[in-house]
Design a binder for this molecule. Structure first.
Ligand code: NAD
Length: 502
Protein backbone atom coordinates (compact mmCIF):
# COMPACT_ATOMS: atom_id res chain seq x y z
CA UNK A 1 0.00 0.00 0.00
CA UNK A 2 2.81 2.49 -0.38
CA UNK A 3 6.24 3.72 0.52
CA UNK A 4 8.25 3.80 3.71
CA UNK A 5 6.55 5.38 6.68
CA UNK A 6 8.92 8.26 7.22
CA UNK A 7 8.75 9.55 3.67
CA UNK A 8 4.95 9.56 3.51
CA UNK A 9 3.15 12.86 3.89
CA UNK A 10 -0.34 13.50 5.23
CA UNK A 11 -1.54 13.94 1.65
CA UNK A 12 -0.40 10.38 0.81
CA UNK A 13 -2.38 8.97 3.70
CA UNK A 14 -5.44 11.01 2.77
CA UNK A 15 -5.22 9.68 -0.78
CA UNK A 16 -4.95 6.11 0.54
CA UNK A 17 -7.87 6.74 2.87
CA UNK A 18 -10.04 7.86 -0.03
CA UNK A 19 -9.08 4.78 -2.04
CA UNK A 20 -9.61 2.32 0.80
CA UNK A 21 -12.67 0.05 0.63
CA UNK A 22 -12.93 -1.60 4.07
CA UNK A 23 -14.20 -5.16 4.20
CA UNK A 24 -17.31 -5.26 6.30
CA UNK A 25 -18.77 -8.77 6.36
CA UNK A 26 -18.75 -11.37 9.10
CA UNK A 27 -16.46 -14.40 8.79
CA UNK A 28 -18.22 -17.64 9.71
CA UNK A 29 -17.04 -21.15 8.93
CA UNK A 30 -14.38 -19.85 6.55
CA UNK A 31 -16.76 -17.77 4.42
CA UNK A 32 -17.56 -14.07 4.51
CA UNK A 33 -21.24 -13.29 4.92
CA UNK A 34 -23.65 -10.47 5.72
CA UNK A 35 -25.61 -10.75 8.95
CA UNK A 36 -28.41 -13.32 8.67
CA UNK A 37 -30.90 -10.51 9.31
CA UNK A 38 -29.32 -8.38 6.60
CA UNK A 39 -28.83 -5.59 9.16
CA UNK A 40 -25.79 -3.32 9.09
CA UNK A 41 -24.40 -0.59 11.30
CA UNK A 42 -22.51 2.49 10.16
CA UNK A 43 -18.86 2.75 10.91
CA UNK A 44 -18.11 6.46 11.29
CA UNK A 45 -14.59 7.89 11.37
CA UNK A 46 -14.01 10.20 14.34
CA UNK A 47 -11.38 12.00 12.28
CA UNK A 48 -13.96 13.90 10.25
CA UNK A 49 -17.36 12.27 10.81
CA UNK A 50 -17.17 10.47 7.44
CA UNK A 51 -18.98 7.13 7.02
CA UNK A 52 -16.37 4.47 6.35
CA UNK A 53 -18.55 1.42 5.81
CA UNK A 54 -21.84 -0.30 6.57
CA UNK A 55 -20.76 -3.30 8.61
CA UNK A 56 -22.67 -6.57 9.11
CA UNK A 57 -24.61 -6.22 12.36
CA UNK A 58 -24.42 -9.78 13.66
CA UNK A 59 -26.84 -10.92 16.33
CA UNK A 60 -27.74 -14.15 18.11
CA UNK A 61 -28.42 -16.03 14.85
CA UNK A 62 -24.95 -15.25 13.48
CA UNK A 63 -23.33 -16.07 16.80
CA UNK A 64 -25.17 -19.40 16.72
CA UNK A 65 -23.73 -20.15 13.28
CA UNK A 66 -20.22 -19.03 14.27
CA UNK A 67 -20.19 -21.13 17.44
CA UNK A 68 -21.50 -24.14 15.50
CA UNK A 69 -18.71 -23.72 12.93
CA UNK A 70 -16.11 -23.32 15.69
CA UNK A 71 -17.38 -26.38 17.53
CA UNK A 72 -17.45 -28.54 14.40
CA UNK A 73 -13.87 -27.58 13.49
CA UNK A 74 -12.78 -28.36 17.04
CA UNK A 75 -14.52 -31.72 17.20
CA UNK A 76 -13.05 -32.74 13.84
CA UNK A 77 -9.59 -31.91 15.17
CA UNK A 78 -8.95 -29.71 12.12
CA UNK A 79 -6.61 -27.52 14.15
CA UNK A 80 -5.91 -29.01 17.58
CA UNK A 81 -5.26 -32.38 15.94
CA UNK A 82 -2.44 -31.10 13.76
CA UNK A 83 1.20 -31.51 14.82
CA UNK A 84 2.49 -28.55 16.82
CA UNK A 85 5.19 -27.71 14.28
CA UNK A 86 2.53 -27.44 11.59
CA UNK A 87 0.34 -25.16 13.68
CA UNK A 88 3.38 -23.04 14.37
CA UNK A 89 4.02 -22.69 10.64
CA UNK A 90 0.46 -21.50 9.99
CA UNK A 91 0.55 -18.91 12.78
CA UNK A 92 3.95 -17.65 11.62
CA UNK A 93 2.52 -17.29 8.12
CA UNK A 94 -0.42 -15.39 9.63
CA UNK A 95 2.03 -13.00 11.33
CA UNK A 96 3.84 -12.55 8.03
CA UNK A 97 0.63 -11.65 6.20
CA UNK A 98 -0.29 -9.16 8.92
CA UNK A 99 3.13 -7.57 8.64
CA UNK A 100 2.86 -7.40 4.86
CA UNK A 101 -0.48 -5.58 5.28
CA UNK A 102 1.01 -3.04 7.69
CA UNK A 103 -0.07 0.07 5.79
CA UNK A 104 -3.57 -1.17 5.15
CA UNK A 105 -4.12 -2.28 8.76
CA UNK A 106 -2.60 0.89 10.21
CA UNK A 107 -4.87 2.99 8.03
CA UNK A 108 -7.96 1.00 9.03
CA UNK A 109 -7.07 1.46 12.68
CA UNK A 110 -6.48 5.19 12.37
CA UNK A 111 -9.62 5.83 10.33
CA UNK A 112 -11.76 3.68 12.59
CA UNK A 113 -10.71 5.03 16.00
CA UNK A 114 -8.85 8.29 15.28
CA UNK A 115 -5.42 7.37 16.66
CA UNK A 116 -2.40 8.99 14.99
CA UNK A 117 -1.14 7.08 11.96
CA UNK A 118 2.36 7.12 13.45
CA UNK A 119 1.09 5.16 16.46
CA UNK A 120 -0.81 2.68 14.30
CA UNK A 121 2.35 2.14 12.26
CA UNK A 122 4.88 2.12 15.06
CA UNK A 123 2.90 0.51 17.88
CA UNK A 124 -0.35 -1.25 16.96
CA UNK A 125 0.72 -3.23 13.90
CA UNK A 126 4.26 -4.22 15.00
CA UNK A 127 3.05 -5.20 18.48
CA UNK A 128 0.33 -7.33 16.90
CA UNK A 129 2.86 -9.06 14.65
CA UNK A 130 5.23 -9.66 17.56
CA UNK A 131 2.43 -11.13 19.65
CA UNK A 132 1.37 -13.54 16.90
CA UNK A 133 4.99 -14.61 16.29
CA UNK A 134 5.77 -15.09 19.95
CA UNK A 135 2.84 -17.42 20.60
CA UNK A 136 3.44 -19.24 17.31
CA UNK A 137 7.02 -19.93 18.41
CA UNK A 138 5.81 -21.20 21.78
CA UNK A 139 3.62 -23.91 20.24
CA UNK A 140 6.31 -26.58 19.82
CA UNK A 141 8.37 -25.58 22.85
CA UNK A 142 6.07 -26.28 25.73
CA UNK A 143 6.19 -29.68 27.44
CA UNK A 144 3.68 -31.33 29.70
CA UNK A 145 4.53 -32.75 33.14
CA UNK A 146 5.10 -36.02 34.93
CA UNK A 147 4.16 -35.72 38.60
CA UNK A 148 6.61 -36.93 41.29
CA UNK A 149 4.16 -39.50 42.69
CA UNK A 150 6.44 -42.38 43.63
CA UNK A 151 7.29 -45.73 42.02
CA UNK A 152 3.79 -47.25 42.02
CA UNK A 153 2.27 -44.83 39.52
CA UNK A 154 2.87 -42.72 36.49
CA UNK A 155 0.85 -39.50 36.72
CA UNK A 156 0.80 -37.31 33.62
CA UNK A 157 -0.32 -33.71 33.87
CA UNK A 158 -1.25 -32.53 30.39
CA UNK A 159 -2.80 -29.42 28.92
CA UNK A 160 -5.69 -29.60 26.49
CA UNK A 161 -7.47 -26.80 24.67
CA UNK A 162 -10.74 -25.76 26.38
CA UNK A 163 -12.62 -25.99 23.05
CA UNK A 164 -14.54 -22.96 21.76
CA UNK A 165 -13.40 -19.57 23.05
CA UNK A 166 -15.38 -16.36 22.61
CA UNK A 167 -13.31 -13.18 22.64
CA UNK A 168 -15.02 -9.83 23.24
CA UNK A 169 -12.70 -6.88 22.79
CA UNK A 170 -12.71 -3.06 23.03
CA UNK A 171 -11.88 -0.25 20.63
CA UNK A 172 -8.84 1.50 22.11
CA UNK A 173 -6.28 -0.85 20.52
CA UNK A 174 -8.67 -2.88 18.37
CA UNK A 175 -6.15 -5.11 16.68
CA UNK A 176 -3.66 -5.49 19.53
CA UNK A 177 -6.25 -6.29 22.22
CA UNK A 178 -7.69 -8.86 19.81
CA UNK A 179 -4.21 -10.30 19.14
CA UNK A 180 -3.59 -10.76 22.86
CA UNK A 181 -6.54 -13.20 22.74
CA UNK A 182 -6.22 -14.63 19.21
CA UNK A 183 -2.59 -15.71 19.51
CA UNK A 184 -2.71 -17.78 22.73
CA UNK A 185 -6.23 -19.06 21.95
CA UNK A 186 -5.12 -20.45 18.59
CA UNK A 187 -1.66 -21.48 19.79
CA UNK A 188 -3.26 -23.77 22.35
CA UNK A 189 -5.46 -25.42 19.73
CA UNK A 190 -8.86 -23.86 20.38
CA UNK A 191 -11.47 -22.56 17.98
CA UNK A 192 -12.31 -18.87 18.29
CA UNK A 193 -15.28 -16.55 17.81
CA UNK A 194 -14.11 -12.93 17.93
CA UNK A 195 -16.58 -10.10 18.66
CA UNK A 196 -14.86 -6.76 18.01
CA UNK A 197 -16.26 -3.51 19.39
CA UNK A 198 -19.00 -1.94 17.28
CA UNK A 199 -16.81 1.19 17.38
CA UNK A 200 -13.87 -0.55 15.70
CA UNK A 201 -14.79 -3.65 13.66
CA UNK A 202 -12.65 -3.12 10.55
CA UNK A 203 -9.21 -4.46 11.48
CA UNK A 204 -10.70 -7.54 13.21
CA UNK A 205 -12.48 -8.48 9.99
CA UNK A 206 -9.19 -8.24 8.09
CA UNK A 207 -7.35 -10.28 10.73
CA UNK A 208 -9.87 -13.08 10.28
CA UNK A 209 -9.43 -13.01 6.52
CA UNK A 210 -5.63 -13.01 6.78
CA UNK A 211 -5.66 -15.96 9.19
CA UNK A 212 -7.72 -17.91 6.69
CA UNK A 213 -5.33 -16.96 3.88
CA UNK A 214 -2.44 -18.16 6.04
CA UNK A 215 -3.94 -21.66 6.11
CA UNK A 216 -5.97 -21.72 9.29
CA UNK A 217 -8.73 -24.31 8.69
CA UNK A 218 -12.22 -22.86 8.05
CA UNK A 219 -14.28 -22.44 11.21
CA UNK A 220 -11.31 -22.17 13.56
CA UNK A 221 -11.34 -18.35 13.58
CA UNK A 222 -14.72 -16.65 13.15
CA UNK A 223 -15.47 -12.92 13.37
CA UNK A 224 -18.91 -11.58 14.28
CA UNK A 225 -19.01 -7.79 14.19
CA UNK A 226 -22.02 -6.39 16.03
CA UNK A 227 -23.27 -4.62 19.10
CA UNK A 228 -22.50 -5.64 22.65
CA UNK A 229 -26.08 -6.11 23.80
CA UNK A 230 -26.82 -8.40 20.81
CA UNK A 231 -23.77 -10.25 19.46
CA UNK A 232 -21.65 -9.86 22.60
CA UNK A 233 -24.41 -10.94 24.95
CA UNK A 234 -25.36 -13.92 22.75
CA UNK A 235 -21.74 -15.09 22.74
CA UNK A 236 -21.34 -14.78 26.51
CA UNK A 237 -24.66 -16.57 27.09
CA UNK A 238 -24.03 -19.34 24.58
CA UNK A 239 -24.16 -22.81 26.13
CA UNK A 240 -21.59 -24.25 23.72
CA UNK A 241 -18.88 -21.66 24.36
CA UNK A 242 -16.31 -22.98 26.83
CA UNK A 243 -14.59 -19.74 27.75
CA UNK A 244 -15.01 -16.00 27.30
CA UNK A 245 -11.93 -13.82 27.11
CA UNK A 246 -13.14 -10.28 27.69
CA UNK A 247 -11.43 -6.90 27.53
CA UNK A 248 -13.54 -3.83 28.17
CA UNK A 249 -15.16 -1.83 30.92
CA UNK A 250 -15.72 -3.15 34.42
CA UNK A 251 -19.50 -2.64 34.05
CA UNK A 252 -19.63 -4.92 31.00
CA UNK A 253 -17.24 -7.38 32.63
CA UNK A 254 -19.74 -7.82 35.46
CA UNK A 255 -22.48 -8.57 32.92
CA UNK A 256 -20.29 -11.15 31.21
CA UNK A 257 -19.82 -12.95 34.54
CA UNK A 258 -23.59 -12.98 35.03
CA UNK A 259 -24.13 -14.41 31.53
CA UNK A 260 -21.62 -17.17 32.26
CA UNK A 261 -23.40 -18.03 35.49
CA UNK A 262 -26.82 -17.94 33.83
CA UNK A 263 -25.75 -20.30 31.05
CA UNK A 264 -23.11 -23.03 31.26
CA UNK A 265 -20.62 -21.79 33.88
CA UNK A 266 -18.15 -21.11 31.09
CA UNK A 267 -14.87 -19.82 32.37
CA UNK A 268 -14.42 -16.08 32.20
CA UNK A 269 -11.33 -13.90 32.18
CA UNK A 270 -11.67 -10.15 32.46
CA UNK A 271 -9.30 -7.35 31.48
CA UNK A 272 -11.18 -4.29 32.67
CA UNK A 273 -10.70 -0.63 33.50
CA UNK A 274 -8.12 1.24 35.53
CA UNK A 275 -7.37 4.43 37.43
CA UNK A 276 -3.66 3.97 37.82
CA UNK A 277 -1.52 6.04 40.20
CA UNK A 278 1.80 7.48 39.09
CA UNK A 279 3.71 8.44 42.26
CA UNK A 280 6.56 10.96 42.04
CA UNK A 281 8.78 11.22 45.12
CA UNK A 282 10.68 14.47 45.66
CA UNK A 283 13.99 12.58 45.76
CA UNK A 284 13.74 11.49 42.13
CA UNK A 285 16.62 13.39 40.53
CA UNK A 286 15.42 13.88 36.93
CA UNK A 287 12.10 15.73 37.05
CA UNK A 288 12.10 16.34 33.30
CA UNK A 289 12.27 12.62 32.62
CA UNK A 290 9.48 11.94 35.12
CA UNK A 291 7.41 14.71 33.51
CA UNK A 292 7.89 13.31 30.01
CA UNK A 293 6.81 9.87 31.18
CA UNK A 294 3.85 11.26 33.15
CA UNK A 295 2.65 13.18 30.09
CA UNK A 296 3.00 10.13 27.84
CA UNK A 297 1.23 7.99 30.46
CA UNK A 298 -1.93 10.07 30.15
CA UNK A 299 -1.80 11.65 26.68
CA UNK A 300 -0.62 8.69 24.57
CA UNK A 301 -3.51 7.21 22.58
CA UNK A 302 -5.63 10.25 23.61
CA UNK A 303 -5.68 8.85 27.14
CA UNK A 304 -7.80 5.95 25.88
CA UNK A 305 -5.57 3.51 27.74
CA UNK A 306 -6.67 0.98 30.35
CA UNK A 307 -3.28 1.44 32.04
CA UNK A 308 -3.19 5.25 31.68
CA UNK A 309 -1.38 6.99 34.53
CA UNK A 310 -4.48 9.07 35.13
CA UNK A 311 -3.72 9.93 38.78
CA UNK A 312 -0.51 11.85 39.28
CA UNK A 313 0.50 11.69 42.95
CA UNK A 314 3.22 14.25 43.61
CA UNK A 315 5.18 14.79 46.78
CA UNK A 316 4.82 18.34 48.03
CA UNK A 317 7.88 20.36 47.08
CA UNK A 318 8.18 19.19 43.47
CA UNK A 319 4.56 19.71 42.44
CA UNK A 320 5.00 23.15 40.89
CA UNK A 321 8.03 22.44 38.66
CA UNK A 322 6.67 19.04 37.65
CA UNK A 323 3.29 20.41 36.65
CA UNK A 324 4.90 23.24 34.71
CA UNK A 325 6.90 20.73 32.70
CA UNK A 326 3.94 18.42 32.09
CA UNK A 327 1.87 21.40 30.96
CA UNK A 328 4.62 22.52 28.60
CA UNK A 329 4.68 19.03 27.04
CA UNK A 330 0.87 18.92 26.94
CA UNK A 331 0.68 22.27 25.12
CA UNK A 332 3.05 20.92 22.46
CA UNK A 333 0.75 17.91 21.96
CA UNK A 334 -2.27 19.78 20.65
CA UNK A 335 -4.54 17.38 18.72
CA UNK A 336 -3.88 17.30 15.00
CA UNK A 337 -4.84 15.48 11.82
CA UNK A 338 -4.45 11.75 12.65
CA UNK A 339 -3.39 11.05 9.07
CA UNK A 340 -0.44 13.41 9.37
CA UNK A 341 2.62 11.35 10.41
CA UNK A 342 3.79 14.28 12.58
CA UNK A 343 0.64 14.24 14.73
CA UNK A 344 1.10 12.98 18.29
CA UNK A 345 -2.48 13.26 19.55
CA UNK A 346 -5.44 12.28 17.40
CA UNK A 347 -9.22 12.07 17.70
CA UNK A 348 -11.30 10.52 20.47
CA UNK A 349 -13.06 7.36 19.28
CA UNK A 350 -16.51 8.89 18.82
CA UNK A 351 -18.97 11.57 19.87
CA UNK A 352 -20.25 9.57 22.86
CA UNK A 353 -16.76 9.19 24.33
CA UNK A 354 -16.03 12.85 23.60
CA UNK A 355 -19.11 13.96 25.53
CA UNK A 356 -18.27 11.60 28.38
CA UNK A 357 -14.78 13.08 28.74
CA UNK A 358 -16.10 16.66 28.53
CA UNK A 359 -18.60 15.85 31.29
CA UNK A 360 -15.76 14.63 33.50
CA UNK A 361 -13.88 17.85 32.82
CA UNK A 362 -16.98 19.81 33.91
CA UNK A 363 -17.29 17.65 37.00
CA UNK A 364 -13.66 18.37 37.96
CA UNK A 365 -14.22 22.10 37.58
CA UNK A 366 -17.41 22.14 39.60
CA UNK A 367 -15.86 19.97 42.35
CA UNK A 368 -13.24 22.68 42.86
CA UNK A 369 -10.17 21.22 41.13
CA UNK A 370 -7.93 23.79 39.43
CA UNK A 371 -7.73 23.47 35.65
CA UNK A 372 -4.01 23.88 34.94
CA UNK A 373 -4.12 23.03 31.23
CA UNK A 374 -6.59 22.47 28.40
CA UNK A 375 -10.15 21.39 29.06
CA UNK A 376 -11.66 22.25 25.67
CA UNK A 377 -12.92 20.50 22.60
CA UNK A 378 -10.90 21.65 19.58
CA UNK A 379 -10.73 21.28 15.76
CA UNK A 380 -14.52 21.44 15.60
CA UNK A 381 -14.41 22.54 11.97
CA UNK A 382 -12.99 19.13 11.03
CA UNK A 383 -16.27 17.39 11.83
CA UNK A 384 -14.28 15.10 14.15
CA UNK A 385 -13.87 14.49 17.90
CA UNK A 386 -10.85 16.20 19.46
CA UNK A 387 -10.06 17.15 23.07
CA UNK A 388 -6.90 18.96 24.11
CA UNK A 389 -4.51 17.58 26.75
CA UNK A 390 -6.03 18.51 30.10
CA UNK A 391 -4.41 18.74 33.52
CA UNK A 392 -6.21 19.27 36.82
CA UNK A 393 -4.33 20.31 39.94
CA UNK A 394 -5.54 20.48 43.55
CA UNK A 395 -7.59 17.32 43.11
CA UNK A 396 -8.75 15.56 46.28
CA UNK A 397 -9.11 11.77 46.59
CA UNK A 398 -12.91 11.83 46.85
CA UNK A 399 -13.53 13.77 43.61
CA UNK A 400 -14.99 11.77 40.73
CA UNK A 401 -12.04 12.71 38.52
CA UNK A 402 -9.77 11.05 41.10
CA UNK A 403 -11.81 7.84 41.39
CA UNK A 404 -13.52 7.03 38.08
CA UNK A 405 -11.97 5.98 34.81
CA UNK A 406 -12.29 8.86 32.34
CA UNK A 407 -10.59 7.20 29.34
CA UNK A 408 -9.47 10.50 27.85
CA UNK A 409 -6.47 12.88 27.98
CA UNK A 410 -7.33 14.17 31.46
CA UNK A 411 -4.79 14.08 34.29
CA UNK A 412 -5.81 14.45 37.96
CA UNK A 413 -2.99 15.71 40.20
CA UNK A 414 -3.05 15.01 43.93
CA UNK A 415 -0.31 15.83 46.41
CA UNK A 416 1.00 13.94 49.44
CA UNK A 417 3.46 14.45 52.29
CA UNK A 418 5.16 11.04 52.65
CA UNK A 419 5.23 7.57 51.09
CA UNK A 420 2.67 6.12 53.49
CA UNK A 421 0.14 8.74 52.51
CA UNK A 422 0.91 8.21 48.81
CA UNK A 423 0.35 4.46 49.10
CA UNK A 424 -2.91 4.98 50.97
CA UNK A 425 -4.26 7.30 48.27
CA UNK A 426 -2.91 5.07 45.50
CA UNK A 427 -4.73 1.97 46.76
CA UNK A 428 -7.95 3.76 47.69
CA UNK A 429 -9.84 3.13 44.43
CA UNK A 430 -11.75 0.13 43.13
CA UNK A 431 -9.25 -0.50 40.30
CA UNK A 432 -5.81 -2.15 40.36
CA UNK A 433 -4.38 -2.42 36.87
CA UNK A 434 -1.07 -0.51 36.92
CA UNK A 435 0.91 1.76 39.26
CA UNK A 436 4.25 3.53 39.20
CA UNK A 437 6.73 5.03 41.61
CA UNK A 438 9.62 7.36 40.79
CA UNK A 439 12.31 7.45 43.45
CA UNK A 440 16.04 6.92 43.85
CA UNK A 441 15.54 5.34 47.24
CA UNK A 442 15.72 1.55 47.00
CA UNK A 443 13.67 0.99 50.13
CA UNK A 444 10.85 3.28 48.97
CA UNK A 445 10.82 1.53 45.59
CA UNK A 446 10.58 -1.95 47.08
CA UNK A 447 8.08 -0.93 49.76
CA UNK A 448 5.86 0.61 47.10
CA UNK A 449 6.19 -2.33 44.72
CA UNK A 450 4.97 -4.63 47.50
CA UNK A 451 2.24 -2.38 48.81
CA UNK A 452 0.65 -1.26 45.56
CA UNK A 453 -2.36 -3.42 44.70
CA UNK A 454 -1.88 -3.58 40.94
CA UNK A 455 -1.09 -6.17 38.28
CA UNK A 456 1.96 -4.23 37.14
CA UNK A 457 4.16 -1.83 39.11
CA UNK A 458 6.64 0.35 37.24
CA UNK A 459 9.71 1.71 39.03
CA UNK A 460 11.24 4.80 37.43
CA UNK A 461 9.35 4.20 34.18
CA UNK A 462 5.77 3.98 32.92
CA UNK A 463 4.12 1.67 30.40
CA UNK A 464 7.27 -0.36 29.83
CA UNK A 465 6.07 -3.33 27.86
CA UNK A 466 7.00 -6.69 26.42
CA UNK A 467 5.02 -9.71 25.25
CA UNK A 468 7.06 -11.86 27.68
CA UNK A 469 5.42 -10.40 30.80
CA UNK A 470 1.84 -10.93 32.01
CA UNK A 471 -0.64 -8.06 31.94
CA UNK A 472 -3.88 -7.75 33.89
CA UNK A 473 -5.48 -6.40 36.98
CA UNK A 474 -6.22 -6.72 40.67
CA UNK A 475 -9.58 -5.79 42.20
CA UNK A 476 -12.18 -4.53 39.71
CA UNK A 477 -9.61 -4.26 36.94
CA UNK A 478 -10.40 -7.94 36.39
CA UNK A 479 -8.68 -11.30 36.66
CA UNK A 480 -6.68 -13.60 34.42
CA UNK A 481 -3.63 -12.41 32.54
CA UNK A 482 -2.99 -11.57 28.91
CA UNK A 483 0.49 -11.95 27.35
CA UNK A 484 3.35 -14.27 28.39
CA UNK A 485 3.02 -18.03 28.86
CA UNK A 486 0.56 -17.37 31.70
CA UNK A 487 -2.12 -16.55 29.10
CA UNK A 488 -2.27 -20.28 28.28
CA UNK A 489 -3.83 -20.89 31.70
CA UNK A 490 -7.01 -19.22 30.45
CA UNK A 491 -7.37 -21.31 27.33
CA UNK A 492 -6.30 -24.78 28.46
CA UNK A 493 -7.66 -27.43 30.78
CA UNK A 494 -5.26 -29.36 33.00
CA UNK A 495 -5.78 -33.10 32.84
CA UNK A 496 -4.30 -35.69 35.19
CA UNK A 497 -3.87 -39.19 33.80
CA UNK A 498 -3.02 -41.66 36.58
CA UNK A 499 -1.51 -44.96 35.50
CA UNK A 500 -1.18 -47.66 38.10
CA UNK A 501 2.17 -49.45 37.82
CA UNK A 502 1.76 -51.96 40.59
P1 NAD B 1 -17.15 -1.82 26.76
O1 NAD B 1 -17.28 -2.59 28.02
O2 NAD B 1 -18.19 -0.81 26.45
O3 NAD B 1 -17.11 -2.79 25.50
C1 NAD B 1 -16.15 -3.83 25.40
C2 NAD B 1 -16.72 -4.91 24.50
O4 NAD B 1 -17.84 -5.48 25.16
C3 NAD B 1 -17.22 -4.41 23.15
O5 NAD B 1 -16.93 -5.36 22.16
C4 NAD B 1 -18.71 -4.31 23.37
O6 NAD B 1 -19.48 -4.43 22.19
C5 NAD B 1 -18.94 -5.49 24.27
N1 NAD B 1 -20.19 -5.42 25.06
C6 NAD B 1 -20.87 -4.31 25.47
N2 NAD B 1 -21.97 -4.67 26.14
C7 NAD B 1 -21.98 -6.02 26.19
C8 NAD B 1 -22.86 -6.98 26.75
N3 NAD B 1 -23.97 -6.63 27.41
N4 NAD B 1 -22.55 -8.28 26.62
C9 NAD B 1 -21.42 -8.68 25.97
N5 NAD B 1 -20.57 -7.80 25.39
C10 NAD B 1 -20.85 -6.49 25.50
O7 NAD B 1 -15.70 -1.18 26.79
P2 NAD B 1 -15.07 -0.22 25.69
O8 NAD B 1 -15.67 1.14 25.88
O9 NAD B 1 -15.12 -0.86 24.37
O10 NAD B 1 -13.53 -0.21 26.12
C11 NAD B 1 -13.01 0.63 27.08
C12 NAD B 1 -12.78 -0.14 28.35
O11 NAD B 1 -11.89 -1.23 28.11
C13 NAD B 1 -12.11 0.71 29.41
O12 NAD B 1 -12.73 0.50 30.64
C14 NAD B 1 -10.68 0.17 29.43
O13 NAD B 1 -10.00 0.36 30.64
C15 NAD B 1 -10.90 -1.27 29.13
N6 NAD B 1 -9.66 -1.89 28.63
C16 NAD B 1 -8.99 -2.74 29.46
C17 NAD B 1 -7.78 -3.32 29.03
C18 NAD B 1 -7.01 -4.26 29.92
O14 NAD B 1 -6.13 -4.96 29.41
N7 NAD B 1 -7.30 -4.33 31.22
C19 NAD B 1 -7.29 -3.03 27.76
C20 NAD B 1 -8.00 -2.15 26.95
C21 NAD B 1 -9.19 -1.59 27.40
Amino acid sequence: MGDAIDTDAASDWHARARALRPHCLALIGGATAPAASGATFDCISPIDGRKLAAVAACDAADVEAAVAAARAAFERGDWAGRPPAERKRVLLRFAELVEAATHELALLETLDVGKPIRDSLMVDVPATVRCLRWYAEAIDKIYDEVAPTGPGALALVTREPVGVVGAIVPWNFPMLMAAWKIAPVLASGNSLVLKPSEKSPLSAIRLGELALAAGLPPGVFNVVPGHGHTAGKALALHADVDAIAFTGSTATGKLVMQYAAQSNLKRVSLECGGKSPNIIMADYPDLQRAARAAAAAIFFNQGEMCSAGSRLLVQEGVREPLLQEISRIGRAMAPGDPLDPQTLLGAMVDETQTQRVLEYIDSGRSAGARLALGGRRVRQGSGGCYIEPTVFDEVTPQMRIAREEIFGPVLATLSFRDLDEALRIANDVSYGLAAAIWTRDLTSAHRAARALRAGVVYVNCYDADDITVPFGGYKQSGFGRDKSLHAFDKYTELKTTWIDLT
